[in-house]
Ligand binder design. Structure first.
Ligand SMILES: N=c1c2ncn([C@@H]3O[C@H](COP(=O)(O)OP(=O)(O)OP(=O)(O)O)[C@@H](O)[C@H]3O)c2ncn1[C@@H]1O[C@H](COP(=O)(O)O)[C@@H](O)[C@H]1O
Length: 94
């Protein structure tokens, strides 16, 4: 789990740096709504996750969870944070 999150974060950081035209991630960094585009996505996906949980739909729960994790990592990158900030917070709670 840690590896895939770190690899995904590296891809996000690369997209932020290089801004490829065909990249969804890059489009979030250049969006006219700024960070609100990501914040809105997180809000929508949280609601979709709640609905999936209420339906006990495991496939949908996994799908929406992945959407949330991805957009959360984009938000951390947007804020100039590192995935280690998240890891450190989780470690501190053990
Ligand atoms: N993990 C993701 C990821 N999760 C979600 N998304 C995109 O996020 C967008 C919104 O997701 P939604 O589920 O909300 O899709 P939607 O079409 O709006 O559907 P609804 O929610 O409206 O029903 C979609 O365009 C998805 O493709 C992602 N886009 C990219 N990644 C990762 O980022 C990498 C780089 O992607 P690019 O930046 O596109 O090169 C990829 O290889 C993936 O590993």
């Amino acid at each position: 789990m840690q590896d895939i999150l770190e690899e995904l974060f590296d891809v996000i950081e690369d997209r932020k740096e290089t801004l490829p035209e065909d990249s969804y991630t890059a489009s979030l960094f250049t969006h006219e709504k700024g960070e609100n585009a990501v914040l809105e996505k997180l809000g929508e996906e949280s609601t979709e996750l709640v609905l999936a949980a209420k339906d006990d739909d495991h496939d949908e729960i996994a799908y929406e969870s992945a959407d949330i994790v991805y957009h959360l990592l984009v938000l951390l990158s947007m804020k100039g944070m590192d995935i280690e900030d998240l890891e450190a917070e989780l470690e501190a709670r053990r």
